[in-house]
Design a protein around this ligand. Sequence first.
Ligand code: DUC
Ligand code: ZN
Ligand code: ZN
Length: 489
Amino acid sequence: MSNFDLLVRNGTVATASDTFAADVAVKDGRIVALGEDLGTGANEIDATGKLVLPGGVEGHCHIEQISSSRVMTADDFYSGTVSAVFGGTTTVIPFAAQQRGASLRQTVEDYHACAGPKAVIDYGFHLIISDPSDQVIGQELPALIKDGYTSFKVYMTYDDLRLDDYQMLEVLSAARRDGAMVMVHAENHDMIRWLSQKLLDGGHWQPQYHAVSHSRAGEGEAAHRAIALSRLMDQPILVVHVSSQEAMDEIRLAQDKGLKIFAETCPQYLFLTAQDLEKDGMDGAMFCCSPPPRDANDQEAMWRGLANGTFSVFSSDHAPYRYDESGKLAAGPQPTFKQIANGVPGIELRLPLLFSEGVGKGRIDLNRFVALTATNVAKLYGLHPQKGTIAVGSDADMAIWDPDLEQTIEHAMLHDNVGYTPYAGIKLKGWPTTVVSRGKVVVSDKTLHAERGDGKFLPRACSPAAEPLNRLEPEMDPARNFGADLLGR
Ligand code: DUC
Ligand code: ZN
Ligand code: ZN
């Protein structure tokens, strides 16, 4: 009689802090022991020569969501989660995106109806708040936070989504009251609007001008302003998809002052540049995302930020649109850069790209890789220690990596419904080959063993980083802060 449901033998386990040789024993979907000579498993995996890492936690992805230009993402909750799990990710936190005028509660229910029957791995939802009405701030948000939707994203740009500074303060105040985490899309709306108009007036409509219209200055200014709003409210924020050194420097400065400013960057800011948007014909549309990819200096800055802790998390911002009339070309065969749905796919390649070019090239170590892609994400969004680590009591979510496997990226090897990858042609070393979700092998031998609907909804605790009790440091006492601001000091 085996004592465990699953035993992963002879692997090298890595967490956010340690790397060690251990067998991992699983029962009833959880890790129950780590060590040597643990006994036998009904199912056993020989992980000799392999790395046993926590399954990735994807904290930023858009699945089955309508873009602000009214285009549906190419991936639904089936293809999106299948693609994620083949890339070594076992938990996703996409968005339930409120349309202006809509109830937030109804929005959440609509997304549940999409995800429940289709997701193959566990999932939570962040809320996108585009309409912070009294009803939303006073009634819906507090109730939803209690029900486990403990983070929300706000936008400083996009006509249909953006909040003004007053509305941002209302949302930050609501988050502060109940200990939620606020993700901020930081770009200056009027700078984008003005630049876009002048470019279009001058006949510059092609995809490459998307990058020109979303300036570094606008990203840096909005990051600075978001930080000031966060400071006034004594409420942590997480600046998502940072693309430029300019924005990163604002964040680092705030962190050095002791402010609770967290930050994320994404593969597109490490591996793509604005030159990709200049590709022939409309091909640049495949690389249009906001903020846009920048240049080699900014790429190097992002790598530094990943290594030195400026960035806590590394997410894909998977926002998949097909390169056809259902997606990038929905407005016609030659849309202006303003009419192209913003976003690039990346949910499946997030981990392999960072592993190969980060760990493999010595830019970050293996423990930092785990922290950035799993543990910190779970911690910041209230899922740790259930998710994001390999520890006794945690869900048995693991990705077993072959660190020596070399493959050149092509879209045919991926499992999304996008039809292209912006990373085609890059040769990577190190891939996840077996993936385990709550103790069940869901990927092995390039085959999926999970069913639609196997994924479970994860109500989330409040982020420890946003809990009121963890926030009050003397120099950020809100009374002093408010007083100091009123006094102009
Ligand atoms: N920008 C966003 O803000 N969201 C989705 C994708 C993108 O490019
Ligand atoms: Zn965004
Ligand atoms: Zn996004």
